[in-house]
Design a protein around this ligand. Structure first.
Ligand SMILES: Nc1ncnc2c1ncn2[C@@H]1O[C@H](COP(=O)(O)OP(=O)(O)OP(=O)(O)O)[C@@H](O)[C@H]1O
Ligand SMILES: [Mg+2]
Length: 505
């Protein structure tokens, strides 16, 4: 009996907040340096998403104040959509609660980011988060919130009405952090954020000691992606069961047409033939084995079209080139993209820019800047599939005969980004993504090889011209005396003309 009690004891369940409290390094809050960077990143990401929802040019103000040697106050204010008031306590005080679980590209993914910053602030400084938000429906409210970690529920310390000058949200978090070490990363993060969101204007104020303003490269607000129905190839058993529960009584044919994208009436009939089921079969009569077969067949059938890419939001050629030019003034630059594709039914795209310029370090392989869903990734580069692909290529074949000041900006976007961990710092290995990213890097590499070839050729031409010019000067000096003729006034234009003629041939 005692033995039984001992083995039963010890079993219990913990809340998601408790899990992330114990494993905060998984979400990017492992040490005081990374925590400052992660808190800024999560707040800015949310602000940009909220501005996208509101279809406004983001005006984001970040203020980081050192309250004592290692206690910081981080305040981020935006002009975004604001939050519906009834959701504020849970959005900031409950782990895995959010508004971004639909099928469209967004920076936020898990419903975790800002809550982790709040949780980290609470456990390191015993302070609550202050959220002041205003949306189009009300006069604005200020909340002071804590998290009940064991219950994963918000604790409302105070709540009151307070008007803001404009709609938007201001979030203030106090936390223990190492600003000295994090400072450079934070600045780099903000600068690179404006590469993928060139219309955003971001101000960063380090307690009055330093003020940085970046962005506003473009005046165009990007089109908002449209949420899409799931692609049939993404329908695993769980998705399928949920969809069936939502529409319990229907013909299987109509269920397929209504529930998925890229399935019209004809495609549904062809698919049912492939599956060996009658068009009039009803979903309520499907057995567990039928549903399992249906899921496998949906993933195997090759008659569905490519996923709808309107749920995606690439930076685009014009904006991408503009932002890289604005920040790095390259001497040569090129954009390329791959056709949208899918990984396990999730639409994605890969786009990139390669650039040559004195602001990049001289290196044997290009300096890689990684972006996913318009967010720059600064940590865990070695685990990222983009880094691995780039390192695998032989850059000597792409024009690197020696070190070159070349950078590669890679942007991967999807309705579902396969991150390796909750900290959203590196892209996992998926065969479809690897194929697309490899294709894109090769295309950009080939363009670089051509450019490097042109550069080498013009350097060789310049050297030849110099050598010829020296000899020609000697001939021009002594030749006329031997021939008893008038010496020419200058030979430079003759050499130039000669070489121009030669290069045109
Ligand atoms: N500045 C803001 N403006 C409007 N809504 C916000 C803002 N900050 C947070 N929210 C709301 O709070 C929710 C929770 O934010 P949180 O950062 O925890 O998760 P997320 O952004 O959905 O996903 P992720 O974990 O990837 O960041 C968001 O989904 C959003 O609805
Ligand atoms: Mg977020």
């Amino acid at each position: 009996m005692t033995v039984l009690n001992q083995s039963v004891e010890g079993f219990r369940s913990i809340s998601p907040a408790e899990f992330f409290y114990r494993n905060r390094q998984m979400a990017g809050f492992g040490n005081p340096t990374q925590s400052v960077y992660s808190a800024v990143r999560e707040l800015v990401e949310n602000s940009l998403d909220a501005c996208e929802d509101a279809q406004r040019i983001p005006q984001i103000r970040i203020a980081i104040d050192n309250q004592s040697s290692d206690i910081l106050s981080i305040k981020v204010a935006d002009n975004g959509s604001g939050l519906p008031y009834q959701h504020v306590p849970e959005a900031f005080g409950r782990v895995l609660y959010g508004s971004k679980y639909d099928q469209k590209q967004k920076r936020g993914t898990f419903g975790l980011g800002v809550t982790m910053a709040v949780l980290y602030g609470q456990i390191t400084t015993d302070s609550s988060v202050v959220v002041h938000t205003q949306n189009s429906s009300g006069p604005g409210r200020v909340y002071s919130l804590l998290i009940d970690v064991e219950e994963n529920m918000p604790i409302i310390e105070s709540e009151r009405e307070q008007v803001r000058s404009d709609d938007g949200t201001t979030v203030t978090i106090k936390l223990r952090g190492d600003l000295k070490r994090a400072r450079e990363r934070v600045v780099e993060y903000i600068r690179l954020t404006t590469i993928a969101s060139p219309h955003a204007v971001i101000e960063l104020d380090f307690g009055g000691s330093e003020m940085i303003k970046v962005g506003g490269w473009s005046k165009r607000v990007p089109e908002v992606p449209i949420p899409s129905k799931p692609h049939p190839r993404s329908a695993d058993l769980e998705i399928l069961r949920r969809l069936i529960t939502k529409s319990p009584s229907k013909k299987l044919h109509d269920f397929l047409v209504d529930s998925f994208q890229q399935v019209g009436s004809r495609t549904a009939s062809r698919f049912l033939k492939f599956l060996g089921l009658d068009s009039s079969a009803r979903i309520e009569s499907l057995s567990r084995a039928d549903i399992s077969r249906l899921s496998t067949s949906l993933q195997r059938f090759d008659g569905f079209g490519r996923p709808d890419s309107r749920c995606l939001s690439p930076v685009g050629e014009e904006a991408f080139l503009l932002s890289v030019r604005s920040l790095f003034s390259p001497s040569w630059i090129l954009y390329s993209k791959q056709k949208p594709s899918e990984w396990q039914g999730n639409p994605f795209f890969a786009e990139g820019v390669i650039a040559l310029g004195s602001k990049f370090p001289n290196v044997d392989t290009p300096t890689l800047y990684r972006f996913t869903n318009k967010v720059p990734l600064l940590y865990d580069a070695n685990d990222d599939v983009m880094t691995k692909i780039m390192r695998r290529l032989n850059w000597k074949r792409y024009g690197f005969s020696g070190p070159l000041p070349v950078a590669l900006f890679m942007h991967f976007g999807s309705t579902k980004v396969p991150y390796r961990a909750a900290g959203k710092q590196s892209l996992a290995h998926m065969i479809e993504i690897e194929t697309a990213v490899t294709g894109l890097i090769r295309t950009l590499g080939r363009a670089l090889r051509k450019q490097a070839g042109r550069r080498d050729q013009s350097r060789r031409d310049a050297r030849k011209m110099r050598e010829f010019s020296e000899m020609f000067n000697i001939i021009a000096k002594y030749g006329p005396a031997l021939a008893e003729a008038e010496p020419p006034s200058s030979t430079a234009h003759m050499v130039k003309t000669l070489f121009e003629v030669n290069t045109d041939v």
